[in-house]
Design a protein around this ligand. Structure first.
Ligand code: GRF
Length: 204
């Protein structure tokens, strides 16, 4: 029985698409049980529907508290028997109800080599800082923003003619490779945490 992913998005959903494609192509043994967006017109919702995946708009506004929104997400995910939550451009901080419901089972993708450049617009932050090597990180989500244990990183060189935009576009290509690989690695179960280091338990 393939494990069930819940993917949370806020926008374009190209990382969602990379997961859909990896599953369709047999590179990732999983299924996507639901896609939830806090933004109603997120193009990613349409990507999900096109792939026959349930796509829900659950706005983050109008709730009595941030925790109430989180609890609503937990209910929706649990009702659908979701095993692993993948944040894919979800522009909200997940709070304790989500972290407690899915301990060690929420992933995020971030377009920098963490711990450098957490937060928004990471590609531009890195470009303007003048880094020569940039990259992307998939990490387990913890209560601190962009700070959980690192699952996988991919790097690339910044080219002389790059702009923040061309760099961001090349980084996005790396994200699309990294996310399905990281999800597969986590679902394999062949890892453990040593402090904040995620180490493989595969035979060398
Ligand atoms: C990606 O750069 C991701 O790393 C960041 O938000 C962007 C989402 O892109 N968290 P998309 O919606 O997956 O196309």
């Amino acid at each position: 029985m393939p494990r069930r992913l819940g993917v949370l998005i806020s926008g374009n959903g190209s990382n969602l698409q990379s997961l859909i494609d990896a599953i369709a192509e047999g590179r990732l043994d999983a299924s996507i049980g639901v896609v939830i967006s806090n933004v109603g017109d997120a193009p990613g919702l349409e990507r999900a529907r096109r792939a026959g995946i349930e796509a829900l708009h659950v706005s983050h506004t109008g709730w009595p508290s941030r925790e109430a929104y989180d609890r609503a997400l937990v209910s929706l995910l649990r009702e659908r028997r979701i095993d692993l939550v993948c944040l894919a451009g979800f522009m909200r901080i997940v709070g304790s109800p989500m972290l407690e419901a899915y301990p060690g089972a929420i992933l995020n993708i971030h377009p920098s080599l963490l711990p450098a450049f957490p937060g928004i617009d990471a590609q531009r932050q890195a470009f303007e800082h003048g880094v020569k090597i940039a990259g992307v990180t998939v990490h387990l989500v913890s209560s601190e923003l962009d700070a959980g244990p690192i699952v996988l990183q991919r790097s690339l060189g910044v080219l002389p003619g790059d702009t923040a935009e061309t760099l961001a576009a090349r980084l996005l290509e790396q994200e699309h490779i990294a996310y399905p690989e990281a999800v597969a690695a986590i679902l394999s179960g062949r890892w453990r945490l040593e402090g904040r280091r995620l180490v493989s338990t595969e035979a060398p």
